[in-house]
Ligand binder design. Structure first.
Ligand code: SF4
Ligand code: SF4
Length: 215
């Protein structure tokens, strides 16, 4: 382990968030470096204390716990990481980083891992979240807001989960949560600009990750 070099903190200059952390040397492989380049999270700072997993609402319910995911990233187990369900099931609640003595931001790490998983076409078949996310964003792009019935139809057609959760539809109709006609809002040009900039940002991030993996 290589301790980070820091100046002693003073009353006027509190230590930076990462000043107290240690970071393992990357001894081979590139996944940890790619994750760091994409998200600024530092998987190599984890020393497996498991505090993240004991507060995580998803750990223990899926295929991995939070600290196990970080360990797999450290060990450069790319395929196991990019195929796991945990990265998709993370709720981004940020409990892990709040509890972590090393400030490992697993929440941001998971965002980066989802992007890598999608671009490597390794997202697990058991999770429908990538399909849901895509249908959601397509709806926002077209209409400027969500049209719930259209979103449900697009999701069910793609996943073939035609009858799942259908028992909830009558209650949602009766409470006015599923309007038959969706609204459209203006600003289509601005939305297109937004999506274009996001795509450019994703490409820049992918280049940064590729660069990070070479270091
Ligand atoms: S709390 Fe932090 S240091 Fe502890 S296992 Fe989780 S990520 Fe690693
Ligand atoms: S942000 Fe994700 S990994 Fe962290 S505690 Fe919440 S659900 Fe678990």
């Amino acid at each position: 382990m290589t301790p980070a070099t820091t100046s002693p903190p003073t009353a006027l200059s509190p230590p930076a968030a990462s000043a107290a952390t240690l970071e393992l040397q990357v001894v081979g492989g590139s996944l940890a470096a790619e994750v760091k380049a994409l998200s600024d999270a530092s998987p190599m700072s984890c020393y497996q204390c498991t505090k993240c997993s004991s507060g995580c609402p998803v750990s223990g319910r899926g295929d991995l716990s939070a600290h196990e995911l970080v360990r797999l990233v450290q060990m450069d187990q790319r395929e196991a990481v990019l195929r796991c369900r945990f990265i998709w099931e993370c709720t981004s609640c940020q409990t892990c980083i709040t509890r972590c003595p090393q400030q490992v931001d697993i929440c941001s790490m998971n965002d980066a891992l989802r992007a890598l998983s999608l671009s490597a076409r390794l997202a697990p078949a058991e999770t429908a979240l990538p399909v849901f996310n895509e249908a959601f964003l397509n709806g926002v792009r077209r209409r400027g807001r969500i049209y719930e019935l259209g979103l449900m139809a697009a999701f069910k057609l793609r996943t073939r989960r035609f009858f799942e959760d259908m028992d909830k539809a009558p209650m949602m109709f009766s409470k006015g949560k599923l309007p038959l006609l969706g609204e459209r809002v203006g600003g289509r040009r601005e939305r297109e600009g937004l999506f274009r900039r996001a795509a450019e940002g994703s490409k820049a991030e992918a280049d940064r990750a590729a660069e990070g993996s070479k270091r």
